[in-house]
Each structure stands twice: as C-alpha cells, then as structure tokens.
Design a protein around this ligand. Sequence first.
Ligand code: ASP
Ligand code: MG
Length: 439
Amino acid sequence: MKVLKFGGTSVGSAQRMKEVSRLITEDNETKIVVLSAMSGTTNSLLEISDYLYKRNPAGAIDKIAALEKKYEATVNELYTKDEFKAKGMAIIAERFNTLREIASSTRIFSSIEERIVVAQGELISTALVNNYLLEQGVNSVLLAALDFMRTDKNAEPDMSYIKENIQKTLDANKGKQIYITQGFICKNSYNEIDNLQRGGSDYTASIIGAVLKADEIQIWTDIDGMHNNDPRFVENTKPVASLHFEEAAELAYFGAKILHPTCVLPAKQANVPVKLLNTMEPKAKGTTISTDFIEHQIKAVAAKDGITAIKIKSGHMLLAFGFLRKIFEIFEHYKTPIDMITTSEVGVSVTVDNTKKLDEIVDELRKLGTVSVEKDMVIICVVGDMRQENVGFQAKVVNALKDIPVRMISYGGSNYNVSLLVKAEDKINALKALSKDLF
Ligand code: ASP
Ligand code: MG
C-alpha cells in the first residue's frame, strides 16, 4: 500500500481536485490519500480566529460568509449530478454552521475553539474530494483522521495508538480502493481537537506510512522535487533525484520549503521511502528520499532566513567544565531551540530562529559573560557527502564563499552537511556562488 499526500495548491480549486482524483485512480492500486485544506483556507480560518480572539464576532461572521461563498462556487463547479451537488452543499453547510456557532457563542474564545476552527479546512477538502470520487464511481471512502491520529502528553505523535487505531479503521472499511483522510488534524492527549502545526499534512502522511509500513510515501506538490538550490534566487536549479533521509532532514529544516522538517523522521525510522512529486508534471521523476546514500556528491544548498546569532565570551570558560551546560540550560528554560553552535576556548556562538524570549535569554547569559547579538542572519546549509574521508569537500564549500563574509561555520556535526552563517544581505550572492562552484 502507498500513502499519497496532496498539499493545498494541489486541491486548491475544483479543477485541481479533479486532477488529483484522476491521478490517484490511474491504476487500480489501493491507496491512502492524505489531503490538506484548499490553499488559503487555513490562513482564512486563522484570521477568523483572530477576529474572535479580539472579540469581533461580526467581523468573523463576515469572513466566514466570504469563505463559504468560495466553497459554494467550488461545489457548483466540481459536481455534475444534482445528487452529488446537494451532498457537496450539505458538507459545506455542516462545516460552516459549526464555524458560525463558534463565532456567535458567548463563551470566551480560546485555543480549544481555535483548533476546532482551523480543523474545518481539512474536514471540508477531504469530504468534497471523496464525494467527487463517489460521483465518478470510484470505490472510495472517507476516513476520519480524528479517529486515529493522536498526540501524546509531549505533543508528539502517539505512534502505537495511531497504529492500532488506523488498522481498526481500515479493517472496518475493507475492500475499498481509495482511502481519503485529513492531513494536519489530530486529537491530543486531552481528547481535544488539535493539529500537527502549520504544514503538518506532510507529517500526517509520513506517520501513516510509517505505522502501516507502507511501500512508499508520496508527497505531491507543485514543484518537481527538492531542488539543488533555491529557485527563487538562483537560476538553473535542478531537482535532486535521490537524497538520504539525513540529507533531506537537514534541507527541510534549513529552508527547503517543499517538505515539512518533521516529516522525514517517521519515514526514516520505519525505513519507508518518501517521494516528492509534482502534480503539474506527474511523469517527472521528482526526488526519492531513502537510505540510499550516493558517495562523493554534494547534493543541494538551502537557506534559512531570520536567524539571530548570540555570542557569549567569558574568561571563565577557559579550562572550565559545565560552562556549556549553563548556557544550554538557559535556552532550555526559555524553550528556545538552538540551530547552530561554534565554540572557541573562551567563547561560544549559537544561533536561534525563535526570538520570542531573546531579551530574557540575553539577560540570563550576561551573568555568564559578555554577550553580543546579531540579527538578520541566514544559515546556508550544504548537504551531501561530508564524511571526513571525502577529503576536500568542505574546502570546496568554504572556497565558494571566499568573497563573502562568513560569521560561523559548522562542520562535523553529521556526515551530511556543512552549515554557514552569513548576513541576510549576502544570502543571494552566497547561494549563487555555491551553485556556480558546486553544481
Ligand atoms: N492546512 C495546513 C496548513 O496550511 C496543513 C498543511 O497544509 O499541511 O498549514
Ligand atoms: Mg505544505
């Protein structure tokens, strides 16, 4: 069995929903199909929530009505038979009534309601596509992700619960060809409706693929795989045919927008290959992410914006132990992840992208030494065969950036990447220089 995930753009209009339906029924294989909300919907639902947080139900109701209109147009375009059109309208009415009920409730709007609001996008898109497949005579069924997707007390996917319950759900729906389900949404350990964070549909697909030990997980987007550099800034980038799980994880985390960073992990642990494919060009090979590792190759470059570098210098670090622990504990206390780290005998530099608690962190760090902060930095991440025996590869990377001021270099943390920190203003030149020298 394969698990296929289609993102918001891939189901972004009636036309695209028809395309997706055609794609998944080209052969007679049994598939689990994970869908995102139609593009723009999750943002609209968050905006509606924002109105409700700000106690402006009238504003929210206007937004809800505008969104409902768009969906009615989609339904009118999607179905031909009256019976299926009526079903489509009923699907929408149910979901939008839920939204209106929340908007006009006198209860204080909280994160619990927000998560219910945001969940409606995937509930609608999957029901509409399933209804379309049924109109086409396809043997398909809608599976409620809320019946089996669950996170635990640490907000991590509860893999054993998911495995047991998706299997139950599948057993109860034996003999179907297409199983449609919602990406992104789940229940949490309090049995509330929750989600796997923005872009989380990829994660849903990867988790389902992993617990079912699927043959393959396919992530369908509107670009033909992971490119070897950022096509928004560099010309002539090319899709990378194959990536090791670790390489893909680094790229996803450090900027390649095509894949959600958390998505690689479950697939990697279950050793299920992930394919990145293009809905606009379904025959293109895309990128395969697996345990296959191609030696002696630099694969790709990605950049992560909005990075802040923090340097802590202290004479006390010299020959001392426990200094790094003290630093890390401060970041841990303020729940701020560190991305990159470099050290010298008397100082440490780290980078963060979450600056919500920066002032508090800096105040605490000042107790340990002299602190300086640089904002508007970019991490450039180069992935490929970076094992130490592959002599000269890291030198190639550094040499490509010989005309660009580099603030930090991190090499040796894994066999798969070198990361460099540069100023935001140097990012495009750095990406171009790397493409020119490496590919
Ligand atoms: N609809 C959700 C979002 O926009 C999840 C996803 O598309 O992956 O973030
Ligand atoms: Mg996405």
